[in-house]
Design a protein around this ligand. Structure first.
Ligand code: ME8
Length: 474
């Protein structure tokens, strides 16, 4: 049986352009997608990212600017795509929830759930946070009555007629899922998800009246309502997957999400899928948050950095490396531009760049023929270097590669090939060193795709040439 993989990231709200916090997840998922393509073939991998364009947040952002909502989301989605492209994210589709195919798939999904008896008419009276696009209970608010994640926004009071999804009905199924191995990772997240279930899952409104929020997908069973933005947005994965033969039992479905939206993916999404009888996701991988110099990244704090700003200054692979190696793979992390620069100088300019340049120069000066090399075929030893991808620990995979690199550097320093006069001895030492750098280069692709290509061009042929300076010192 062919194993296919569908990889997804959360789709970003189109109220404002993404910052480096949002970008982390894209780089993480991209490294995993590139790895899957290496081991399973690119025809067996689908990777989708995009923008979440309906709902109050997006509509209000457009109103504030005095422009049509569609125009606003077109503009932001376009800018987000450029940001994501600047990071060399190898998505197969950049989906938008305003895409016609998605609107149709989402409406059909809703109708199917309704036909199966899981959606019913009701009325909601309660609280809503527009930042989370989520219904809230009093116990979820801080002592000032604000959402703990969006303290600059006012909590809304809603009283309206809408349609509810029978979420509570799925509590037992969800509990079994959460307890099962690898459904939610890292394991530390299980407890939080279980406590949501134990506190009692309530049925949830899955439409909003159009007279209050016209911006959304029209509800297929009542055209005076639009589909609730989370119900609509989660279906984006299925839109892409089902249209690409990637929503079946031969496909492993992996969702990468941040900790603030784990609950929607671990608890609501599987209940929605169970309601219509579609395959459930295989794994939901939940990462932590990036803070910048001890502060939450936010517009109101004035500390927003766009991915492209870092890419323009340090180069795409340096940015990728920094986030993959030091990003919030499990817990939140605090980053700073100073730390990025130290890492750049120490691990990229000195570490990788310098080692590559030293070996290339020694090899070129030696006049020795090192033979061709196959960068595309992976041995058991090569694949072993990727072992920790099993747990999505991209940081540890990189750590191991850099350990290998520093051993190689040590080998150069100890053997001092530039001093060796004996040709046979020189050949032996350099053959080992050229071989090692080639082996390291081979496995860099998921993390530093363009750097890999550059090093490959230097070490590919028997004639090794000195290439460009990969990471000029800052
Ligand atoms: O939640 N550090 O969109 P979003 C790490 N549209 N990750 C961060 C982050 C930070 N500082 N800030 C945000 C939404 N993220 C919904 C998703 S999916 C069907 C719908 C992550 O634009 C966040 O955790 O608020 C989420 O995974 C992603 O960026 C998009 O956040």
């Amino acid at each position: 049986m062919i194993k296919k993989t569908l990889i997804t990231t959360a789709i970003d709200y189109a109220n404002d352009v993404i910052h480096i916090g949002h970008a982390y997840e894209k780089i993480l998922a991209d490294a995993f997608a590139r790895y899957q393509r290496l081991i399973n073939g690119k025809e067996n991998v689908g990777f989708v990212t995009g923008t979440d364009e309906h709902g109050t947040t997006n509509e209000k952002a457009a109103k504030k600017l005095g422009i049509e909502t569609q125009k606003h989301v077109d503009n932001i989605s376009d800018q987000n795509k450029k940001e994501i492209d600047a990071l060399d994210i190898s998505y197969n589709r950049f989906i938008r929830t305003t895409d016609e195919d998605h609107k149709k798939v989402a409406a059909d999904f809703f109708k199917k759930s309704f036909d199966n008896g899981d959606i019913y008419k009701g009325s909601y009276e309660g609280l809503y946070c527009e930042g989370c696009e989520s219904y809230k209970t009093l116990t979820e608010l801080n002592e000032n009555g604000q959402c703990t994640l969006h303290t600059t926004r006012e909590i809304q009071k809603y009283q309206e007629e809408n349609y509810f999804f029978r979420w509570a009905k799925y509590s037992d199924i969800l509990k079994t899922l959460v307890l099962s191995e690898r459904f939610v990772l890292p394991d530390g997240k299980k407890k939080e998800m279980l406590s949501f279930i134990e506190n009692g899952i309530q049925d949830i409104p899955v439409t909003r009246p159009k007279y209050k929020l016209p911006w959304g997908i029209t509800c297929p069973i009542d055209d005076s309502q639009v589909i609730y933005v989370w119900f609509d947005a989660l279906i984006n994965y299925f839109t892409y997957g089902s249209e690409n033969n990637l929503w079946d039992n031969e496909t492993e479905i992996v969702h990468f999400v941040g900790k603030d939206i784990a609950r929607w993916h671990v608890l609501l999404w599987p209940a929605m899928l169970a309601s219509v009888g579609y395959k459930l996701p295989t794994t939901i991988y939940v990462h932590g948050f990036i803070n910048l110099e001890g502060e939450k990244i936010s517009k109101s704090k004035g500390n927003v950095i766009k991915p492209s700003e870092l890419v323009n200054k340090y180069g795409v692979d340096a940015v990728r490396y920094y986030f993959l190696r030091y990003g919030p793979i499990v817990e939140d992390v605090d980053i700073s531009v100073k730390h990025l620069e130290d890492v750049y100088n120490g691990e990229l300019a000195n570490g990788l760049g310098n080692t590559v340049a030293r070996i290339a120069k020694l090899a070129q000066n030696s006049g020795i023929d090192f033979g061709d090399f196959d960068f595309a075929t992976f041995s058991g030893d090569d694949l072993k270097m990727f072992d920790q991808f099993h747990d999505f620990r991209v940081d540890l995979v990189i750590q191991n590669i850099w350990k290998k690199l520093s051993l190689l550097d040590k080998h150069i320093n100890e053997n001092e090939p530039w001093k060796i006069k004996d040709q046979d001895k020189l050949k032996e030492v350099l053959t080992y060193e050229v071989g090692e750098i080639r082996n390291i280069t081979k496995i860099l692709g998921p993390f530093l795709p363009s750097t890999q290509k550059k090093i490959e061009a230097v070490f590919n042929k028997s004639f090794i040439k000195v290439g460009e300076n990969l990471f000029p010192r800052l």
